[in-house]
Design a protein around this ligand. Structure first.
Ligand SMILES: CC(C)(COP(=O)(O)OP(=O)(O)OC[C@H]1O[C@@H](n2cnc3c(N)ncnc32)[C@H](O)[C@@H]1O)[C@@H](O)C(=O)NCCC(=O)NCCS
Ligand SMILES: Nc1ncnc2c1ncn2[C@@H]1O[C@H](COP(=O)(O)OP(=O)(O)OP(=O)(O)O)[C@@H](O)[C@H]1O
Length: 204
């Protein structure tokens, strides 16, 4: 069974994904794949550099993620150009990875952790969608704390995505991650019990 896991930047997707993994889900993480498709020497990185310039290449041949992030989170056009280059590569790799997992573990619950699942209209790939929710002011605070961003930098990143309130409205399941981690664990337990019942079995 394929389940989508989404939310906003820093609402706690990775935190919840880790909890689901401990319970037996297999996670396919779009952020990890997004890094792999622009690894040093990859065709994806070559396309990014051809489009945006050598300025975004570090001396060791890796992508300058900080510089590219500064550019694309304040420039909508550049962001959509980067998405246009990378999203087909990310989705192709993710689908391939999930096909492999399904073959090796036919009864497993596979969680597709995709920050931009709604923005990119990817719901057709999954049966149900979990949204990890915190209100926007808390989202900004956690992002500032985790990444050492100023309020302006954090706000810009949050506003580059569909609002967390809209995502919450569209969700099949909402995990409210505004409380303590053990409060989140309890919700994950409940959801996991429901999912394994629905799935019939789960063999990690
Ligand atoms: C611009 C890049 C190099 C900045 O790298 P950085 O290491 O600072 O951030 P990281 O990749 O860890 O992303 C952190 C979060 O930012 C958000 N985010 C990333 N890319 C985008 C985007 N194009 N639009 C909106 N939000 C985004 C996501 O919530 C993600 O979880 C990088 O985010 C990137 O390559 N983005 C394009 C690929 C993409 O869309 N990735 C999201 C998963 S599909
Ligand atoms: N319940 C919680 N209480 C306090 N802090 C939390 C809680 N859940 C997550 N965090 C912290 O909030 C930050 C964001 O969480 P996490 O990295 O899981 O978000 P994410 O949605 O995966 O982010 P991204 O979109 O950037 O991948 C992290 O520093 C994490 O440790």
């Amino acid at each position: 069974m394929n389940i989508g896991l989404t939310g906003g930047i820093a609402t706690g997707k990775s935190t919840v994904a880790e909890m689901l993994k401990l319970r037996g889900a297999i996670i396919s993480d779009a952020d990890v794949i997004a890094r792999e498709v622009v690894a040093a020497g990859s065709p994806g990185l070559a396309q990014v550099v051809a489009h945006f310039g050598k300025l975004y290449l570090r001396p060791d041949g890796t992508l300058d993620r900080i510089r590219l992030g500064e550019r694309i989170f304040q420039d909508k056009q550049a962001r959509s150009e980067l998405n246009h280059i990378l999203h087909p590569l990310i989705m192709a790799k993710m689908q391939k990875e999930v096909r492999r997992i399904e073959k090796e573990n036919p009864d497993t619950i596979i969680v597709w952790d995709i920050p931009l699942l709604y923005e990119e209209d990817l719901t057709e790939f999954v049966e149900k969608v979990i949204v990890v929710y915190v209100a926007e002011d808390q989202q900004i605070k956690r992002l500032m704390l985790r990444n050492n961003y100023t309020e302006e930098e954090a706000t810009m990143r949050v506003q580059s995505q569909m609002s967390i309130e809209r995502k919450k409205e569209r969700a099949d399941f909402v995990i409210d991650n505004q409380g303590t981690l053990s409060e989140t664990e309890r919700q994950v337990d409940q959801l996991w019990n429901y999912l394994i019942l629905k799935n019939g079995s789960n063999r990690p």
